[in-house]
Design a protein around this ligand. Structure first.
Ligand code: NAD
Length: 342
């Protein structure tokens, strides 16, 4: 097991990669515990949860909203949760986002931790203290910055993940490599069959290296005023695609990274060969790179991006594999890339 730390304004977070769900109790304070999970994870791993009050939410992006958060508040009141109650989110990125937001706002904030159970949530959603829900058709529109006290990444839990969900996690690992670590990118190009087979050594290295990249960036810029924006590589277009298709978050980010790479080439920052390397790697991890969909709707969704400022948007480009740069790009330029490259 390896441990990494994030020291944020709102508290510190210890991320334990390779720890086990069954060792959870040593991280929990005494007192009342409320676990928030989803129905799938409860079915698979509920028997391994410590004694607690349990809240189970539904699954899918459609439950990541204020109605679900309200239902959680109601159950917390029924359980007589007070300021000393500890909240633990056990599940994928949706459980992490919803439970982290509910814990951070109920009674102005309860202490909380995460056991992320998808690859995507282990390498991304559980790390960094951004917790939020969708609102009025906008992704992650309402939320907080607040660090979980601990994150336990039990790699054994990944064995029950469907292949499509695994691929989504690899999309975020590829993103981390593409923006910050050329060596990790080359390693992914070599070991992808072992990664997909969840070879213990390989998956532990990939999760750990990924969390190192994310936590290093978060430690430098917790509130996303500058460098943290790089973590949005592939996400501006990805969120627009996620909104108008049936692709999952990770798949949409994969397509978004392809478009961002195409724009990087067009702006003379990235070579075509490097863009092709990225596309090939996404393909090896069985992620869609080209999809057909309504471009008008994609452009409309882009125009409504919450990160937009006037006619411009902070957009993450690559100036090489392993090197990201944030530039203010006119929305019009983005629109023409969406029309040209999808
Ligand atoms: N807050 C952040 O910093 C951040 C970062 C990245 C992504 N996100 C958010 O995370 C969400 C996506 O997360 P996700 O991909 O984990 O999706 P998810 O939470 O929907 O999980 C995917 C599916 O896998 C199931 N599942 C979970 N663990 C399992 C296991 N061990 N075995 C079998 N099935 C399991 C879930 O029930 C669900 O059906 C999006 O809403 C995205 O916006 C947040």
């Amino acid at each position: 097991m390896k441990t990494l730390c994030i020291r944020g304004v709102t508290g510190s977070s210890a991320i334990h990669v390779g720890e086990r769900l069954r060792s959870l109790e040593k991280y929990l304070p005494r007192g009342k515990l409320v676990i928030i999970t989803d129905t799938n994870v409860q079915k698979l791993y509920g028997k391994e949860f410590p004694p607690c009050n349990l809240i189970s939410i539904g699954t899918g992006e459609a439950v990541k909203n204020l109605d679900t958060v309200q239902a959680i508040y109601t159950q917390l009141i029924e359980f007589e949760a007070d300021r000393s109650t500890y909240v633990l989110g056990i599940g994928g990125g949706i459980v992490c986002d919803v439970s982290g937001f509910a814990a951070s706002t109920y009674l102005r904030g309860l202490k909380y931790g995460f056991v992320p159970t998808t690859l995507l949530s282990q390498v991304d959603a559980s790390v960094g203290g951004k917790n939020g829900v969708n609102f009025a058709g906008y992704k992650n529109m309402v939320g907080v910055f607040n660090q979980p006290e601990f994150v336990i990444c039990d790699l054994r839990l990944l064995r029950t993940l469907p292949e499509r969900e695994l691929a989504c996690g690899f999309a975020e690992i590829i993103k981390h490599a593409a923006i910050a670590d050329a060596q990790l990118f080359s390693y992914l190009e070599e070991i992808y069959p072992k990664a997909f087979a969840l070879d213990e050594e390989v998956i532990e290295k990939l999760v750990y290296e990924s969390v190192v990249i994310k936590s290093t960036i978060v430690n430098r810029d917790e509130r996303e005023k500058g460098e943290r924006r790089k973590l949005n590589f592939g996400h501006t277009i990805g969120h627009a695609i996620e909104k108008i298709t049936t692709l999952s978050h990770g798949e949409a980010v994969g397509v978004g990274m392809g478009v961002a790479a195409a724009l990087s080439v067009r702006m003379g920052l990235l070579t075509e060969q490097e863009a092709r390397r990225l596309e090939a790697l996404l393909g090896r991890f069985r992620l869609p790179t080209h999809i057909d969909f309504d471009r008008e709707k994609a452009v409309d969704a882009l125009r409504r991006d919450k990160k937009r400022a006037g006619d411009e948007i902070h957009f993450v480009l690559l100036e090489g594999i392993g090197r990201a740069v944030v530039q203010v790009v006119p929305i019009q330029e983005l629109e023409s890339v969406v029309y040209a490259s999808l």
